[in-house]
Write a protein that binds this ligand. Structure first.
Ligand code: CAA
Length: 384
């Protein structure tokens, strides 16, 4: 066992850190306030190869490992979690799923431009359409129907809370092909946003990650060619679960980044802010908060890296990714709240960044499986 990062990992970490400071930090408060999608930042991330980090270079990816992905996600999330969620969804939920289970034609046609984050000079990213108004945590209760019409399917239904909803060009859609079969009657499909019957509906006005575009997507008799089904008939739910296991490493790393970003700001503030005649870092009340933050963040980081390492070694990582996600997201919420507390009144106003990190932290306990869902996955695994 060794706990040191390689030279290459350190270089990737530095590249992500530099990118976050020079490209994401300027305007982050305004983008949050205006709910403005960070298109320019995502396009530049694509140039760095960060939108398809783990994809084989033969399909347009950067061929990096999952450890690199965790490092990059942490650095970008320290500064702008709206950028990093877009990166996480495209990398883990869209590119990974297509690379692992797509046909050669699907990889050539869709994965290659998605991994590059561009097509014909324009932004080209994906979204993952699993959640529905009545199927959030209970993901097997899909109401979206895919009717088999011979050489194509007809998809109809409503998908909710879709990250990259309007900015994506490609949707991976889960839908019910045979309701009598429960989770075995669900399929996954590649759907292009521009196809007839696809409507990008209401944009959500959110507490956090306000730069990320979250939409309801309506599907009305959308004709999807058979060759756009992913995997065998009935594979859709397993596809979603396998894909989400990797996605949870991405969101755990996002939460880790939010926590470490908040901690770094609180640490710097405590060194310069004076109260009762000395810098507040000299008060034990602050020291103990900082000590607990640093300890929890280190534990979250180790869980993220372990899950990533297991994935890179082709080991089963679903238990580790759920542990990383539940622990890192709870660490993010707690740390960001404490960072606001350390900043006092300044923490409550926008220009000090910590209130935004606190708002952004909350979603990491909800999306890609709530904390309660992670505990279901963990308890089932340890009790079986
Ligand atoms: N890998 C392979 N197969 C799996 C699996 C996995 N990780 N997890 C479950 N399965 C299989 C099960 O083995 C089972 O198969 P059998 O019937 O043959 O045994 C089948 O799938 C059904 O599984 P369960 O019986 O466990 O199903 P359940 O109804 O009890 O639900 C759940 C399990 C864990 C709660 C699941 O529904 C779940 O993960 N829900 C959360 C969904 C979620 O994470 N949504 C996030 C939306 S995407 C998003 O947020 C993206 C974004 O915008 C950022």
């Amino acid at each position: 066992m060794q706990f040191q990062l390689s030279e290459e990992h350190l270089m990737i970490q530095k590249a992500a850190r530099d990118f976050a400071r020079t490209e994401c930090l300027p305007g982050v408060i305004e983008r949050d306030e205006k709910q403005q999608f960070p298109r320019e930042q995502v396009l530049k991330l694509a140039e760095l190869g960060f939108m398809g980090m783990m994809v084989d270079p033969q399909y347009g990816g950067a061929g990096m490992d999952t450890v690199s992905y965790v490092l990059a996600m942490e650095e970008i999330s320290k500064v702008d979690a709206s950028v990093s969620v877009c990166m996480s969804v495209n990398n883990s939920l869209v590119c990974w799923g297509l690379e692992a289970y797509g046909t050669e034609e699907q990889k050539q046609k869709y994965l290659t431009p998605l991994a590059q984050g561009r097509k014909d000079g324009e932004l080209y990213i994906g979204a993952f359409l699993l959640s529905e108004p009545e199927a959030g945590s209970d993901a097997t209760s899909q109401r979206t129907i895919a009717e088999d019409k011979g050489d194509h399917y007809l998809l109809s239904g409503t998908k909710n809370w879709i990250t990259n909803g309007s900015s994506a060009s490609v949707y991976l859609v889960m839908a019910q092909t045979d309701a009598s079969k429960g989770s075995k009657g669900i399929d996954a499909f590649i759907v292009e946003k521009k196809w007839p019957g696809v409507t990008v509906a209401a944009k959500e006005n959110k507490l956090g990650i306000r730069g990320s575009d979250t939409h309801t997507i309506l599907l009305t008799d959308v004709k999807v060619p058979k060759e756009n089904r992913i995997g065998a008939n009935g594979f859709g739910f397993t596809f979603a679960m396998k894909t989400l296991a990797g996605g949870r490493i991405g969101i755990a790393s996002q939460a880790l980044g939010i926590a470490s970003g908040a901690y770094e700001l609180a640490l710097a503030y405590s060194k310069q802010r004076k109260a009762f005649g000395k810098e507040i870092m000299h008060h034990q009340a602050i020291q103990f908060k900082l000590a607990d933050m640093a300890t929890r963040i280190e534990a979250a980081r180790l869980l993220c890296l372990k899950a990533a390492w297991e994935k890179d070694q082709n080991l089963d990582y679903s238990l580790s990714s759920s542990m990383a996600k539940v622990y890192a997201s709870e660490t993010a919420m707690w740390t960001a709240t404490e960072a606001v507390q350390i900043h006092g009144g300044y923490g409550f106003v926008k220009e000090y960044h910590v209130e935004r990190l606190m708002r952004d932290a909350k979603i990491t306990q909800i999306y890609e499986g709530t904390s309660e869902v992670q505990r279901i996955v963990i308890s089932r695994s340890i009790l079986k």
